[in-house]
Design a protein around this ligand. Structure first.
Ligand SMILES: Cc1ncc(COP(=O)(O)O)c(C=O)c1O
Length: 388
């Protein structure tokens, strides 16, 4: 059926969605499977681990006999539980009413913030987006009428943006800057001085700093710092239960930071139809209140990493980042294109992401998400050993 021209979507941002590269990746995996290839799938960062039993039980026990609309700003108990976690983890005292807003996964809040901070007709429309990066920042910027400006993450700078190199006239036109550490896709870490400098820059030039900390709990050495310890002014921090508690399907995260923006978002959220079901909020309270299961998740990722990392090292492949998160990030051996390498590996049954899918800065690199089972990781290690 063809659509009459007048009823086609009109927003110009749809044009950029048409080429969303992950669709190509799905097609390539489907084509490989159709040829009889068993694909070990290291592409999408969706944990295959079970959600811990106590969290599932809390959800089941919280399903009410009579269901009513949940509060869009989350229950007071959930906001208090998130503030408590932030205090234990980062040593910051947040007011659950003024500084915290639960969200349906962090993606909902990541998307929403662009609507709040960009005036599509104003002269502060720039969103500084790391390159490579999680693709939602750019899509959300375009739909909010903003101007995405990529900021390269160079291996020689530890995949941190060169804050000193950002021109002042650009910073004056900037509404929002994204940083994301531990980083997707590179697995790189940021230290406290970096956070302090980024927050200071935002305050100096009057833009919002958005720190996406979705992977803050997936670390292998010491717990990485977060931006919350730099004070809340001009700062918004995003976090989620998806990765730390293997709860991608629950859709539960939060935004915390500057009370002015939290107040605005809290006002607009009831109109958006995104309130979290109360039983999911109860499960979230259980998850934020327990660290033992998170330590288990880290152990599982460490074991898988210990299976695959030595193969890459033995082959002399250049690793970038890969210090935290469940991503391994490496340069295409021999210097070919990301897409050609990923397509070749898929023929051998190992699915990885060409990192140019995260932006031009990822060209020549590969991201491998350690989400399949340990047995599958061992199988993949055998394949990589043979074919690289
Ligand atoms: C960097 C980053 N931020 C945010 C998210 C969103 O996670 P969720 O919406 O499940 O909380 C993801 C998911 O993959 C991510 O990689």
């Amino acid at each position: 059926m063809t659509t009459a021209p007048g009823t086609r979507p009109r927003h110009p941002a749809f044009a950029s969605l048409a080429t969303y590269p992950f669709v190509r990746l799905d097609e390539a995996k489907t084509a490989a499977r159709a040829k009889g290839i068993r694909v070990l799938d290291f592409t999408i960062g969706d944990p295959h681990e079970e959600t811990p039993k106590r969290i599932r039980e809390r959800l089941l026990n919280s399903v009410p006999a009579r269901s009513s609309y949940p509060p869009a700003a989350g229950t007071p108990a959930l906001r208090a539980s998130i503030a408590g976690w932030c205090a234990r983890r980062f040593g910051v005292q947040l007011d659950p009413e003024m500084h915290v807003l639960p969200s349906n996964g962090s993606k909902e809040a990541v998307y929403l913030i662009h609507q709040a901070v960009i005036d599509p007709h104003g002269d502060r429309r720039v969103v500084l987006i790391p390159d490579p990066a999680y693709p939602v920042y750019e899509i959300a910027t375009r739909f909010a009428g903003g101007e995405p400006v990529p900021v390269r993450l160079e291996p020689r700078l530890g995949f941190l943006p060169d804050l000193d190199a950002l021109p002042v006239d650009l910073l004056r036109r900037t509404a929002l800057m994204w940083i994301n550490y531990p980083n997707n896709p590179t697995g790189a870490l940021a230290d406290e001085p970096f956070y302090r400098r980024a927050v200071a820059l935002a305050r100096k030039h009057g833009f919002w700093l958005a720190s996406d900390e979705a992977y803050s709990e997936i670390w292998f050495d010491t717990p990485p710092p977060g931006a919350l310890s730099c004070g809340l002014e001009n700062l918004l921090v995003f976090n989620t239960l998806s990765k730390r508690s293997a709860m991608t399907g629950y859709r539960s995260g939060f935004i915390a930071g500057d009370p002015e923006m939290i107040h605005l978002l809290r006002k607009v959220r009831p109109s958006q139809g995104v309130a979290t079901p109360t039983f999911v909020m109860e499960a979230a309270i259980e998850a934020w209140g327990d660290e033992a299961h998170v330590a288990d998740q880290r152990r599982i990722y460490r074991e898988k990493r210990d299976v695959l990392l030595p193969v890459l090292q033995r082959k002399g492949i250049e690793l970038g980042g890969s210090e935290a998160t469940f991503y391994l990030y490496f340069r295409v051996p021999g210097g070919g294109s990301s897409e050609a390498f990923a397509a070749g590996l898929l023929e051998h049954g190992v699915g990885v992401v060409p990192a140019n899918y995260f932006g031009a800065g990822g060209e020549g690199w590969i991201r491998m998400a350690l989400v399949p089972t340990r047995a599958e990781c061992e199988e993949a290690a055998g394949i990589l050993d043979r074919v690289l």
